[in-house]
Design a protein around this ligand. Structure first.
Ligand code: CO
Length: 223
C-alpha cells in the first residue's frame, strides 16, 4: 500500500482509539442502532463535510451528497436515502446545504463544459434560467455566483418538499421540517435561508418569503 494510504489507516486507528478512550461504549452503542435527527443533503465538495461542520459525531446525521446539492425527482439514489431517513429513521429535519464558491454552480452559471457532469448540472442551469432576470441584474460575477448558490438551495429545498417521501410523511402527520442553508467556505459558518416548511400549506409561502429575503439581501446598497 502507498505511504499516503498507510497513513490513512494509521490515522483511523488513532481516531478509533481516541473515540473509545473519550467515551467507552461509543462504538457498541452505535452498533445496535442509529437515531439521527437530521438528513443533510449537501455538495460532495471535500470542504463541506456535514458532521465536522455541525460538530456532530457518527450516528448524529444521515448524509446524502452529490455535485451541487441537487435533488431531482427522478434520482432514485437520493429518493432512497430520503425515504430511509424519513420513514425508517424518523429524522425531524431535512436540510439542503449549498455553499458559496461551489464549483458545480460556477460551471452551471458560466456554461462551462466539464464532462458528463454537464448533464447533472443542467438542473442548476434550470435554476439559473428560472431566475435569469434577477441574476443578470446583479453587478458582477461574484454577486451572480453567490446568488445562484443561494437560489439553488431554495429550489432544491422546494424539490425536497415536492417528493412523494416528504408529501406522504406530512400526509400521515410526521413532523419533518425542510430547511435551506448555505455554508461559507471562507468563515466556516452556516446561514439559514429561511425556507422552513413542515406541511404542504407552508411550502409556497415559505419559498416566496425566502425568495423575497434573498432578493433583498442582494439589493444594491442605497447611494
Ligand atoms: Co459544491
Amino acid at each position: 500500500m502507498s505511504q499516503a494510504l498507510t497513513e490513512l489507516f494509521e490515522s483511523n486507528r488513532r481516531w478509533a482509539a481516541a473515540s473509545q478512550a473519550q467515551d467507552p461504549g461509543f462504538f457498541s452503542r452505535l452498533l445496535s442502532q442509529q437515531t439521527p435527527q437530521y438528513l443533510w443533503i449537501g455538495c460532495a465538495d471535500s470542504r463541506v463535510p456535514a458532521n465536522e461542520i455541525l460538530g456532530l459525531l457518527p450516528g448524529d446525521v444521515f448524509v446524502h451528497r452529490n455535485l451541487a446539492n441537487v435533488l431531482v425527482h427522478s434520482d432514485l439514489n437520493a429518493l432512497s436515502v430520503m425515504q430511509y431517513a424519513v420513514d425508517q429513521l424518523q429524522v425531524r429535519h431535512i436540510m439542503v446545504v449549498g455553499h458559496y464558491g461551489c464549483g458545480g454552480v460556477t460551471a452551471a452559471l458560466q456554461g462551462q463544459r466539464v464532462g458528463i457532469a454537464d448533464n447533472w448540472l443542467r438542473h442548476v442551469q434550470d435554476v439559473r434560467g428560472k431566475h435569469r432576470a434577477f441574476i443578470d441584474g446583479l453587478p458582477d460575477d461574484d454577486a451572480r455566483l453567490r446568488a445562484l448558490c443561494e437560489l439553488n438551495v431554495l429550489e432544491q429545498a422546494l424539490n425536497v418538499c415536492g417528493t412523494t417521501v416528504v408529501q406522504d410523511a406530512w400526509a400521515r402527520g410526521h413532523a419533518v421540517v425542510v430547511h435551506g442553508w448555505v455554508y461559507g467556505l471562507h468563515n466556516g459558518l452556516l446561514d439559514d435561508l429561511q425556507i422552513n416548511a413542515q406541511r404542504t400549506a407552508d411550502v409556497e409561502p415559505a419559498y416566496a418569503r425566502a425568495l423575497v429575503a434573498l432578493h433583498a439581501r442582494h439589493a444594491p446598497a442605497p447611494a
